[in-house]
Design a protein around this ligand. Structure first.
Ligand code: UDP
Length: 316
């Protein structure tokens, strides 16, 4: 029998990283998960402890990364990823996107491993082209509060392409759009966990601005399937993965109220600085290249996620 591929997942105890660890193990990989746990949680990977194909190492990947033995894939998912997290950890966010990406690429070069960067729709900033195709260069404020994340990821993309072009490292870049599902932290500040926990606790739902800004939400299993397919292709330029089903934040708040049968009110709060007004992935490339498109509707995805949050809050 062929040997199992060995895959290193940085940020493997995070929301997306932990789902990726599951997917890789299900597909016959051995996984080495690195995470410093500043925003990740052992709860997300507790079910993998004791699995002989899984190893967790508490580690800050902005430091030199040493891994013993063969490595076939490195998936760099370490980073604070919600607006309140990167406001709380601005320097760590910049460091993990820059120094962390450099170290992870260095490991890929040394091990002759394939490298996949988790990039983001934030590279498009507050976009002037809608929906956003991969060819759009973006509209980012480098010195605004979101700049620490956006610029770190833009630098990470540049570094990844440089290692590909200069050192011949076999790289991939996925631009991830808003994603939700089980294992999001209830207090991570993102719109879905915030609205759901407010609705379940009978608190007011806090819509920022007038709620006319849009987002397009992808269920986590769809996203992970897209990323797994991208890992197994031979394409080096960035690929958008996300769900194009776009909705305003006000409509989204109303949807959450309906799903939770909540009597909570909607209140309006100040719009955060540089909050993108619209966001929708153009997934033409992913469809063609990966034969991929999202399968899970928002109403199905919200139901599954709601059950997860109810359990977390001890309501079920
Ligand atoms: N948002 C909101 N109320 C909240 C949290 C977020 O209206 O309690 C809005 C936020 O201003 C943004 C959208 O919801 O327009 C998505 O925010 P999120 O933090 O989930 O991620 P983003 O897409 O901005 O990175």
């Amino acid at each position: 029998m062929a040997e199992r591929p060995v895959s290193v997942v940085t940020g493997g105890a995070g929301f997306l990283g932990s789902h990726l660890c599951d997917k890789l193990i299900e597909n016959g990989h051995k996984v080495i998960c690195l995470d410093n746990l500043i925003t990740g949680s052992l709860d997300n990977i507790a079910h993998l402890f004791g699995n002989e194909n899984f190893k967790f190492i508490k580690y800050d990947v902005t430091e030199f990364i040493y891994v013993d033995g063969r490595v076939d894939n490195i998936l760099h998912f370490a980073s604070p990823a919600s607006p309140i997290d990167y406001l709380k950890y601005p320097i760590q966010t910049l460091k993990v996107g820059s120094l962390g990406t450099h170290k992870a690429l260095g490991l890929a070069k040394a091990k002759k491993a394939r490298f996949l960067l988790a990039s983001t729709s934030e590279v498009y900033g507050d976009p002037e082209i809608h929906p956003q195709p991969e060819s759009y260069w973006g509209n980012v404020n480098p010195i605004g509060p979101r700049g620490v994340y956006d610029e770190a990821k833009r630098f990470a993309e540049a570094m990844t392409m440089a290692y590909h072009r200069y050192h011949g490292v076999d790289t991939r870049i996925v631009r991830i759009f808003n994603t939700y599902g089980p294992r999001m932290r209830l207090d991570d500040g993102r719109v879905l966990p915030t609205f759901v926990s407010q609705a379940l606790k009978g608190e007011d739902l806090t819509v920022f601005g007038d709620g006319s800004q849009t987002r397009s939400f992808c269920y986590v299993d769809d996203l992970i399937e897209g990323i797994f397919r991208l890992l197994n292709t031979d394409y080096h330029d960035p690929v958008n993965i996300g769900n194009p089903d776009e909705i305003t934040i006000l409509e989204f708040a109303e949807e959450v109220l309906k799903h939770t049968n909540s009597k909570s009110k909607i209140i309006f709060k100040e719009l955060p600085v540089d909050d993108p007004k619209v966001r929708q992935p153009d997934i033409t490339l992913a469809k063609k290249l990966l034969g991929w498109e999202p399968k899970i509707s928002r109403s199905e995805g919200i139901k599954i996620t709601l059950n997860y949050f109810k359990q977390k809050l001890g309501l079920e």
